[in-house]
Design a binder for this molecule. Structure first.
Ligand code: 8MR
Ligand code: ZN
Ligand code: ZN
Length: 159
């Protein structure tokens, strides 16, 4: 039987450092939580909010040079990035705080961008299907059907 190297299906998440000033803190928490629940609903994954500094997924809002080899670039351009699963920086997700983050309306939708980034943090690559959340460019999705069938199949192939 092909032994899939399935990843751990429970992930600890810690939000650290400064939050974006674009939204109230509890709104950011709620948007991040609902971005994780998109993947939890489609798979056997569970996410636990942690406050330790060695959680699986460390989330932070940073600008320009911020301690990894992928400095951000001011407004627009790169909106965020995430490292694939693994020790240390693996799974960590950074949002460019030079973007204007919104819960809807003008600016970049934090929920949509976070859901995409967490796909990377869980091990997913980009999809060539415009319907997919994992499509490489930002499209303002209707949050109704955020995941395509392909996204669902891909996350279940990993967990
Ligand atoms: C739909 O969610 C996103 C689409 C595109 C991006 S991005 O334009 O920041 C992308 C980073 C990425 O694909 O995660 C780019 F390469 F920088 C982030 C989230
Ligand atoms: Zn970074
Ligand atoms: Zn991406």
């Amino acid at each position: 039987k092909k032994n899939k190297d399935r990843q751990l299906s429970s992930k600890a998440v810690t939000i650290i450092g400064r939050y974006t000033r674009d939204l109230p803190r509890n709104t950011v928490d709620a948007l991040i939580e609902s971005a994780f629940s998109v993947w939890a609903r489609a798979s056997s994954l569970t996410f636990v909010r942690s406050h330790t500094l060695n959680a699986d997924i460390m989330v932070e809002f940073v600008t320009n040079e911020h301690g990894d080899f992928y400095p951000f670039d001011g407004p627009r351009g790169t909106l965020a990035h995430a490292f694939g699963p693994g020790q240390g920086i693996g799974g960590d997700t950074h949002f460019d705080d030079d973007e204007h983050w919104t819960a809807g309306g003008t600016g970049f939708n934090l929920f949509v961008v976070a859901a995409h980034e967490f796909g990377h943090a869980l091990g997913l690559k980009h999809s060539r299907n415009r319907e997919s959340l994992m499509y490489p460019t930002y499209i303002s999705f209707s949050s109704a059907n955020l995941l395509s069938m392909e996204d669902v199949a891909n996350i279940n192939a990993l967990y």
